[in-house]
Ligand binder design. Structure first.
Ligand code: NAD
Length: 420
């Protein structure tokens, strides 16, 4: 299994980062081994009735990286390239993220190998319910709490909640987060990740003594995270000049409006062809000059091919794992880019998911303003702690963020001990 995981490039990247941090922290062999490998790797075959009468079998995965600090928490992804290695890597990153943010969770991640664009909503519902049914014995509010990720949204969480609650014979909203507000989802959850990205970008601008109003930004990906990052940056008076998604990339020197662009995407399926813009090459867009570059799509888009050519002052990693290790080394060597590492930059989502879980367990709800204010306080604390740690330890923000996250988990493993 170890070899199979390590042969996956995304897991290899997460494991490589872990090894570097474990060396930095001087972890002993036992703790290092227990922290690195996932606790549970679940694979499900999911037969589904398709609309045309065929039966198709999909494969779904859930990786629970460790349960030493509480239930695991993490998204469920629908994407054609989902595989067990990628899911295990994402679960490991969630682990360090929850720990960095001081949330009482281990990391988890799930995925179903499918292209949601090829599935009708009824097919997606049958697939999601089948997955929820199969995984029900292995999840629960104190074991594993899922949330949306690439290709899934609050509707998918509603179907999981319904399937799980029906099986339990009672309403269990705390089994998932990122669900609709009428099912006790949290106010502010939908925009939380993008809001957090934009908020942290302003904190980085402050540290660089750059004005927020009029600061320029480029965003790759205009889904949940990207679109709300653009919306919040618009609200801060920043100018988002370039945006891309699977349909292509668009540019406007004066800045793009998130609301109008979202309407255009709802009507046409992508950002391409947006009236107030000109089309540009998506790869070239990443290399244009800007204050803040926000990769908010998939992994491994900043590589050794483009890292040296980036012309941003701040790299705000909204996506998980957008920067490869060789690219990381180039960015560290350059020393002129303020890196907001993914496990901090996109932690707004899991932080508000935690708030949602807490509200559900208490059968109590907070307003959107309360939620976003608490989120900003928590992100700011983590941001300041990280900068302090990096200054004390003379390290970059990638290593610093991972080191704080891994260290907390390692201490818990050490203190709990190993069953004799
Ligand atoms: P999403 O499915 O809502 O959106 C993904 C976007 O990326 C879409 O606009 C899609 O068109 C675009 N995209 C896909 N491939 C692309 C490519 N090659 N070039 C340009 N654009 C491309 O997903 P999301 O929820 O916004 O998640 C985006 C990233 O943020 C993922 O890495 C996810 O793991 C991470 N993330 C999401 C959350 C969350 O709360 N949703 C939280 C933390 C991290």
């Amino acid at each position: 299994m170890k070899e199979q995981l390590l042969s996956d490039p995304v897991f290899g990247m997460a494991a490589g980062q872990f090894d570097r941090v474990a060396d930095f922290l001087n972890l002993n062999q036992s703790v290092r081994e227990r922290c690195k490998w996932p606790k549970r790797i679940l694979t499900f075959s999911l037969p589904v009735h398709m609309d045309d009468g065929r039966t198709e079998v999909f494969f779904g995965y859930r990786v629970q990286h460790h349960l030493s600090r509480g239930p695991v928490k993490g998204g469920l992804r629908f994407h054609p390239k989902v595989n067990v290695g990628e899911v295990a890597a994402l679960a490991m990153w969630m682990n360090w993220k929850c720990s960095l943010m001081g949330l009482p969770y281990g990391g988890g991640k799930g995925g179903i190998t499918c292209d949601p664009r090829d599935l009708s909503m009824t097919e997606q519902e049958r697939l999601t319910r089948r997955f929820a049914q199969e995984i029900s014995p292995f999840i629960g509010p104190e074991i594993d709490v899922m949330a949306p990720d690439v290709g899934t949204n609050s509707q998918h969480m509603a179907w999981i909640l319904d399937t799980y609650s029906t099986r339990e014979g009672r309403f269990v909203p705390e089994v998932v987060t990122g669900k609709p507000v009428e099912l006790q989802g949290s106010e502010g959850r939908t925009q939380a990740t993008g809001h957090g990205v934009a908020f942290l970008a302003t904190r980085a601008l402050n540290k660089l003594d750059l004005p927020v109003a009029g600061a320029t930004a480029i965003v790759q990906g205009f889904g949940n995270v990207g679109s709300y990052a653009v919306e919040t940056m618009n609200a801060y008076g920043m100018k988002v000049q370039g945006v891309s998604d699977v349909s292509g990339a668009i540019w406007n020197d004066k800045g793009l409006d998130a609301f109008k662009l979202r309407e255009h995407v709802a009507q046409t399926g992508g950002v391409a062809g947006f009236p107030d813009s000109e089309p540009i090459d998506p790869d070239e867009m990443l290399l244009r000059e800007c204050d803040v570059l926000v990769p908010a799509a998939l992994e491994r888009v900043i590589t050794e091919k483009n890292a040296a050519k980036l012309r941003c002052k701040i790299l705000a990693e909204a996506a998980n794992g957008p920067t490869t290790q060789p690219a990381d080394a180039i960015i560290e060597e350059r020393g002129d880019i303020f890196l907001l590492p993914d496990i901090l930059c996109n932690a707004g989502g899991v932080t508000v998911s935690y708030f949602e879980w807490v509200q559900n367990l208490q059968r109590f709800s907070w307003s959107k303003v309360e939620v976003l204010t608490k989120l900003e306080t928590k992100l700011n604390q983590a941001f300041e702690n990280l900068l302090h740690f990096c200054e004390q330890n003379k390290c970059g923000t990638r290593l610093g963020a991972l080191a704080i996250g891994v260290d907390n988990v390692a201490r818990v493993k050490q203190t709990r001990g190993l069953f004799p």
